[in-house]
Design a binder for this molecule. Structure first.
Ligand code: NAD
Length: 368
C-alpha cells in the first residue's frame, strides 16, 4: 500500500516554527510506529505572495486537492497589511477552504487537567471537558445573496442573507452524527427556529437525517442563544454541537476559550469523502501568525501538534495513535512544561518552542 500523503503549508510568522515541531513528530511516527507519510512542503499566505505574487499558487491548490490531507500553520503579518484585498495572505486560506469545499469545521474544546486553572470558569465546571463544535463553513449568512450596502430612500441599508439548502444542512448534520459515533454518541443541534425560517428548516432536516440514518445517536435541539448560556453554565453537558456558520463562528470561539490559551486550540475542516472514503481535509491551529512573538522561539506548538492528532484520527483512522499523541501532551503539561503563553500566576521559567517539541517526543518515546 502506498504511504498516505500530506501537504504541509507552514505559512508565515510562527507558522514555520510550530510546524517544525509537527514534522519532528511525523518523523517519529514513521520510525517508531511504522506510520510513514509522504510529506510535501509548499507555500501559502505572505511567503507565497513574496515568491509568486499570489497567496496561493495554482500548483499548490492543485496538490491540495490531490493529497490525503493538508496541514497548515498560519498566514499573515504586518508586512502584508496594506496589500490589495485580492492578494492578502488570508485569501490563500479562503481559496483552499472554498475549492476543497470544506463545509464541516471541527473545533474541539478540550481541557487538559493541568491547565484547568487557566479557564475563566470554575475548575470543577471545566476539568475533563471534551466537546466538539461542528460549524457549517461554506454557506449561511456569510455567503447568501443578496448582500451589500444599498441606497433606500434617503439612507443606506446593509443587507446579508441567511440562506441554507436542505442538502447543505443534510451533509453537515451527517458529519456531526458520524463524529458523535466515534465519541460520546450525543449531538445537540443549535439554531434559532423560534425566529428564523432557516432555523426551522435546519431543525427539520437534522431531525430527518437522524431518524433515517442515525437513530442510535442521541439528538437534542437548542436555541443558539440558550446554547451560549449553557456553554458557560455547564459545558460538560455537551458532546457534539452542530450549528450554522454564523452561530458556529461565535459559539466555537466561546467554547474554545473556556479552556485557556490560543496556543492550545486545534481545528479541522472536512469536505466530501473521496473515492477511498477519506474526506477532503485541512488541519490547522486556530491561532494566527503571532507576529509579536514570531522568530523568537516562544510560540506554543501544541495547537499545531493537536491539529496533526486530529488528522491521524479523522483522515487516517489512527485513533489509537492520535490518543497516544494527546496523552503525551497531557503528560508533558502535567509534568509542568509550559511555553510563555501558559505561564500562570505562579510564575516559573517558560520553555521554548523546540523544548516543548523535545518534551513531547520524550513522552511519546516513554509511551512505547
Ligand atoms: P494571533 O492568533 O496571531 O495572535 C493573538 C495573540 O495570541 C498574540 O499575542 C500571539 O502572540 C498569541 N499567540 C497566538 N498563537 C500563539 C502560540 N501558538 N503560542 C503563543 N502565543 C500565541 O492573532 P492576531 O494577532 O489577531 O493576528 C496576527 C496575524 O495573523 C494577522 O495577520 C492575522 O490576519 C493573522 N491570522 C491568521 C489566521 C490563520 O492563519 N488562520 C488566524 C487569525 C489571524
Amino acid at each position: 500500500m502506498a504511504n498516505p500523503t500530506l501537504l504541509i503549508l507552514a505559512g508565515d510568522g510562527i507558522g514555520p516554527e510550530v510546524m517544525g515541531q509537527v514534522t519532528r513528530i511525523i518523523d517519529w511516527f514513521g520510525v517508531k510506529r511504522d506510520l510513514t507519510f509522504d510529506v510535501e512542503h509548499d507555500l501559502v499566505g505572505g511567503c507565497a505572495y513574496d515568491k509568486h505574487g499570489t497567496p496561493l499558487h495554482d500548483d499548490t491548490m492543485a496538490r491540495a486537492l490531490e493529497v490525503d490531507a493538508v496541514l497548515l500553520g498560519a498566514v499573515g503579518g504586518p508586512k502584508y497589511d496594506n496589500l490589495d484585498f485580492s492578494v492578502k495572505p488570508e485569501r490563500g486560506l479562503l481559496r483552499l477552504r472554498k475549492e476543497m469545499d470544506l463545509f464541516s469545521n471541527l473545533r474541539p474544546a478540550q481541557c487538559f487537567d493541568a491547565l484547568a486553572d487557566f479557564s475563566s470558569l470554575k475548575k470543577h465546571l471545566i476539568a475533563g471537558l471534551d466537546i466538539m463544535i461542528v460549524r457549517e463553513l461554506t454557506s449561511g449568512v456569510y455567503f447568501g445573496e443578496p448582500r451589500g450596502i444599498f441606497e433606500e430612500g434617503n439612507e443606506r441599508v446593509g443587507i446579508n442573507t441567511q440562506r441554507y439548502t436542505e442538502s447543505e444542512i443534510d451533509r453537515v448534520a451527517r458529519s456531526a452524527f458520524e463524529l458523535a459515533r466515534r465519541r460520546g454518541n450525543k449531538v445537540c443541534s443549535m439554531e434559532k427556529a423560534n425566529v428564523m425560517e432557516s432555523g426551522i428548516l435546519w431543525r427539520e432536516v437534522v431531525q430527518k437525517v437522524h431518524d433515517e440514518d442515525y437513530p442510535d445517536v442521541e439528538l437534542s435541539h437548542m436555541y443558539a442563544d440558550n446554547g451560549a448560556m449553557q456553554l458557560v453554565r455547564a459545558p460538560k453537558q455537551f458532546d457534539v454541537i452542530v450549528t450554522d456558520n454564523l452561530f458556529g463562528d461565535i459559539l466555537s470561539d466561546c467554547a474554545a476559550m473556556l479552556t485557556g490559551s490560543l496556543g492550545m486550540l486545534p481545528s479541522a475542516s472536512l469536505g466530501a469523502p473521496n473515492a477511498d472514503g477519506r474526506p477532503k481535509a485541512l488541519y490547522e491551529p486556530v491561532h494566527g501568525s503571532a507576529p509579536d512573538i514570531a522568530g523568537q522561539g516562544k510560540a506554543n506548538p501544541i495547537a499545531c501538534i493537536l491539529s496533526f492528532a486530529m488528522a491521524l484520527r479523522y483522515s487516517f483512522d489512527q485513533g489509537e495513535e492520535a490518543a497516544r499523541l494527546e496523552a503525551a501532551i497531557e503528560k508533558v503539561l502535567a509534568d509542568g512544561a509550559r511555553t510563555a503563553d501558559l505561564m500562570g500566576e505562579e510564575g516559573g521559567t517558560p520553555i521554548s518552542t523546540s523544548e516543548m517539541g523535545d518534551a513531547i517526543l520524550a513522552a511519546l518515546e516513554a509511551s512505547l
